[in-house]
Each structure stands twice: as C-alpha cells, then as structure tokens.
Design a binder for this molecule. Structure first.
Ligand SMILES: [Zn+2]
Ligand SMILES: [Zn+2]
Length: 125
C-alpha cells in the first residue's frame, strides 16, 4: 500500500500550466507532469519559475543582513575602533562601547575590546 502520493499533493505547492494557466498536478516520478486541462506534458522546468522566485526572496534577505553587517566592519568588534594598545597582545586597535551605570552623576564606563585577541578591559570616565 502506498499512500504517499495523496499526502505529497496536499503539502507541496503546485505549478501552473504555462499553456492554459491551470494548476498542474505534482511532478511524477519521471520528472514530468501532465496538465489536466489541456493535456500537455511538461518537464520539471515548468516548476523552475517557482524555484527562481524563492531564490530571489532568499537573496533579498541575505542582502538585507549583509547591509546590516556593514555597520560593523571590524569583524567581531562590537563598537567603534580607537587607537588603544591592548595590554595583552600589543595590538593597537581596540573597539569600545560605553555604558551608563546607575545615575548620570557617576559617569559612564567604557568597555574596550581588543580587535585581535578579544582582550577586554573597562575604564571609568
Ligand atoms: Zn494546460
Ligand atoms: Zn589583544
């Protein structure tokens, strides 16, 4: 007994017949599909448009996340980079981030992170 055919036809989006616009049944095992309306037989390429539109969608998402990352060009650095010597590896670039602790009267704490070895140090201003 094989019930997989009926299951698949409900879970996979069908393509459309390029000739008459009818919804096509799923691809058969031979990689071809026959339109119920006009009886034309199509190969797997009839589903190609669908695959391409999905790819474009994913590419848009990638482009979006890539442009987001451009604000953060210094690899894993988590803030703007300043000239500051790392006490651990002597690298002279560290990124920094500031954090206001408690009340404004107490100033802020600056967190430095070495762009090379990720050594972290804090400094109160
Ligand atoms: Zn057709
Ligand atoms: Zn370092």
């Amino acid at each position: 007994m094989d019930t997989s055919d009926s299951t698949v036809s409900f879970t996979t989006a069908p393509g459309f017949c390029p000739d008459c616009g009818s919804i096509l049944p799923l691809l058969g095992d031979q990689g071809g599909v026959t339109c119920y309306s006009c009886r034309r037989t199509w190969n797997a390429e009839v589903f190609g448009d669908m695959a391409i539109s999905y790819n474009i969608h994913f590419n848009d998402l990638n482009a979006y996340s890539t442009s987001m990352q451009k604000d953060d060009e210094d690899d894993e650095a988590d803030g703007p980079v300043v000239d500051r010597r790392c006490p651990q590896c002597q690298n002279d670039k560290m990124s920094y981030a500031t954090l206001q602790l408690r009340s404004a009267d107490e100033g802020q704490t600056v967190f430095y992170t070495c762009t090379k070895c990720k050594f972290k140090e804090t400094e109160n201003s």
